[in-house]
Design a protein around this ligand. Structure first.
Ligand code: 13P
Ligand code: SF4
Length: 303
């Protein structure tokens, strides 16, 4: 089937099955184009908590589809590519977290949304890169166990000197591999470009940024800025919206290595197959849903 035919078929199926397609900002351009909602982790969670459709086709990675299921357990949540995982989310298990909690019984446990449902069930509150600071600041506890992203955790820690942030040894394999030399080089080539960085990058990189934020915050910042050139320090998927919203501006990817292979697995074909074959259904254990939902709801209340 050619591309246009696939798009037509997906549109038809969406209507007949009462489905919505949500896509993360890192998805390939074709998938972003057919999605009803494209956004960062927080916006997509907010959407899934309120969505009215019977079926949510989640174009993203496994933990995101799980979060959609936790927030809308009565809905059918489909992940078109069952192997689309997140290596960072796999860096913390509920068993290991329970052991660590024993060492810090007074600490509040904050989990980055990039974690499994079972890990979320072990936490007090969830956060995304767009609201992590707000979430941490809202807690009365002085000690915070932050899992699994040590880079996001370090970024937050330097803004809350009154709190002790205990970091987990997790990181995003895509953002973490960017080296300060890569940034210095591209800054020298484009001295008048602003450097917009995702907090999943290492602290040395984050310190060099003109702006630090989630994918949506980076897109909004570049769109609202009067500057004309930007170096983008996050996964290359954001370039689609950036260029579409700002045809007169120029965007340079900080490194050609900024590609998340898991986010790139989903295609128009897999979305079509997801809707025709109703696969892959994401299921989460009922007890896990009840516990994990508390940490997600608390995050959504904080904003
Ligand atoms: P955000 O879109 O919330 O910034 O998330 C980044 C990310 O790495 C998702 O896996
Ligand atoms: Fe996970 Fe990083 Fe890929 Fe996001 S970009 S899904 S954090 S590996």
């Amino acid at each position: 089937m050619d591309k246009n035919h696939l798009i037509e078929k997906i549109k038809e199926l969406k209507k007949t099955k009462n489905a919505v397609i949500v896509a993360h900002n890192y998805q390939v351009d074709d998938v972003q184009e057919i999605a009803d909602v494209v956004g960062d982790s927080f916006a997509l969670s907010q959407y899934c908590a309120k969505s009215r459709e019977d079926i949510i086709v989640f174009c993203g990675v496994h933990f995101m589809a799980e979060s959609a299921k936790i927030l809308s357990p009565e809905k059918t949540v489909l992940l078109p590519e069952i192997d689309a995982g997140c290596p960072m989310a796999d860096m913390v298990t509920p068993e290991a977290l329970r052991e660590k909690k024993k060492l810090h019984p007074e600490a509040a446990v904050v989990c980055y949304i990039n974690s499994s449902a079972a890990v979320k069930a072990e936490c007090d509150v969830c956060c995304t890169s767009s609201n992590a600071l707000k979430v941490v600041k809202s807690l009365k506890e002085k000690e915070i166990l932050f899992v699994p992203d040590k880079n996001l955790g370090s970024y937050i820690a330097q803004m809350v000197p009154d709190k002790k942030i205990i970091l987990w040894e997790g990181f995003c394999v895509t953002h973490h591999k960017i080296k300060p030399e890569d940034v210095t080089k591209i800054k020298e080539t484009h001295p008048d470009a602003l450097l917009l960085i995702h907090p999943e990058c290492q602290p040395d990189i984050v310190r060099m940024a003109d702006f630090v934020g989630s994918t949506k915050q980076i897109i909004d910042y570049a769109t609202q800025s009067d500057n004309k050139k930007f170096i983008i320090g996050t996964e290359m998927g954001v370039l689609n919206i950036l260029k579409k919203n700002n045809p007169e501006k120029v965007f340079y990817l900080m490194s050609q290595g900024l590609v998340c292979p898991n986010m790139k697995k989903t295609s128009l074909k897999s979305v079509y197959e997801a809707l025709t074959e109703m696969k892959y259904r994401i299921e989460v254990d009922k007890d896990v849903i009840i516990k994990a939902r508390k940490s997600l709801d608390r995050m959504l209340e904080i904003g």
